[in-house]
Design a protein around this ligand. Structure first.
Ligand SMILES: Cc1cc2nc3c(=O)[nH]c(=O)nc-3n(C[C@H](O)[C@H](O)[C@H](O)COP(=O)(O)OP(=O)(O)OC[C@H]3O[C@@H](n4cnc5c(N)ncnc54)[C@H](O)[C@@H]3O)c2cc1C
Length: 322
């Protein structure tokens, strides 16, 4: 039976993602003095992970790891688990980990709780809380197998302040899987939007069908998002109508988001939209229908016309936030 917690620290664009620090902070709290380690794929550096509590950082680097490939990731994660021998593995609920973890779970026979938003200790075991039924219910999940795997929604925990620690760097020896040769990722295309991806964004401004056109979306939602230092999002109605691209869709068939601030502009609040943003910490809804369901979930409601409110908000936020 393993001890301690292994954190999957995702590395992209030359740096560790914010989720690495969020998960290390939580791991330190849960480990209660037990070992906290990290695994990073696609880099040969431990970076500053030691300052955030990792005593050892296992790395898998080289051409094989330059792009996400499920087989190589599962091989690398298995190698890290074998070397660190943890009781618990925490990973971000990112596209890569959501793809790799079911395979890892099956490969290792380890129980797996997906997309948790809270983690706590109960009788020495780590228990995860996850939204279910489009976020209408929360369930507490306790994993019975000796190794417990959890994927955690970004922004669920604050990133801790850096300390003075440093980590031992351990290069992993990763075996070859026969399946690996079956697929080859030749390139990865990064978004040119220049904003934080919706799934990791701390602030989001979303627009609905009510923007009426792509021009409406571009002149109301994007400037408001820029002024709020936020990432733009959209309802499916807005995406289906061609006002915004699909990668900006929030909801059941779009992205699941977990920001500190979600501003919904002219979005009714259909259950499929709420499924993607219900766990946002503060929700501001702007709608001209006082009976719109979104007001039932909103922290703050603005009853009014987005064509009047959004430009005013943009102006105010520009003046305040710069
Ligand atoms: C299987 C399935 C999956 C789905 N997945 C998703 C998903 O991932 N994401 C998603 O968003 N939807 C999804 N939907 C669609 C969902 O059911 C709704 O149709 C959609 O969310 C509605 O988008 P909306 O709120 O922009 O439009 P509407 O429901 O048409 O609402 C527009 C709102 O804008 C308000 N309004 C209009 N004009 C103004 C104005 N000038 N100022 C202020 N307010 C105004 C109206 O009062 C209304 O509340 C899915 C549906 C199905 C069946």
């Amino acid at each position: 039976m393993g001890t301690g917690i292994l954190v999957v620290a995702e590395f992209e664009g030359g740096h560790f993602k914010k989720t690495a620090y969020e998960l290390l902070g939580k791991a330190l709290e849960l480990a209660g003095g037990g070992p906290v380690t990290a695994v990073a794929i696609g880099t040969d550096q431990a970076g500053d992970l030691g300052a955030y509590g990792a005593s050892r950082v296992f790395v898998a680097s080289g051409d094989r790891f330059a792009h996400y490939n499920p087989s190589t990731w599962v091989q690398a994660l298995s190698a890290a688990i074998s070397a660190a021998d943890p009781a618990v593995v925490l990973a971000p609920a990112s596209p890569a980990c959501k793809d790799a973890f079911p395979r890892l779970s099956a490969r290792l026979g380890a129980g797996y709780a997906t997309e948790v938003t809270e983690l706590r200790l109960d009788g020495g075991a780590v228990v995860g809380r996850r939204p279910q039924y489009a976020g209408k219910a929360l369930s507490d999940v306790r994993v019975r197998s000796p190794l417990a795997l959890f994927t955690v929604r970004p922004n669920s925990f604050p990133a801790p302040a850096a300390g003075a620690g440093s980590a031992e760097l351990v290069a992993l020896s990763v075996g070859q899987d026969p399946v690996e040769a079956a697929t080859k990722v030749v390139a990865t295309e990064a978004s040119t939007a220049g904003v934080v991806d919706l799934t990791e964004a701390d602030r989001i401004v979303s627009g609905g069908r009510s923007v009426k056109s792509k021009e409406g979306f571009d002149s109301l939602i994007r400037p408001l998002a820029a002024a709020a230092h936020a990432t733009p999002g959209a309802s499916r109605a807005a995406v289906d109508a061609g006002y915004a691209p699909h990668n900006e869709q929030v909801g059941q068939t779009g992205k699941v988001v977990n920001p500190s601030l979600y501003i919904a502009c002219g979005i009714s609040g259909a259950i499929q939209h709420l499924a993607g943003m219900r766990t946002s910490k503060v929700i501001v809804a702007i709608n001209k229908d006082p009976e719109a369901p979104i007001f039932g979930l909103a922290t703050y409601g603005i009853h009014g016309d987005i064509f009047e409110i959004c430009p005013l908000l943009t102006q105010e936020l520009k003046a305040t936030l710069g």
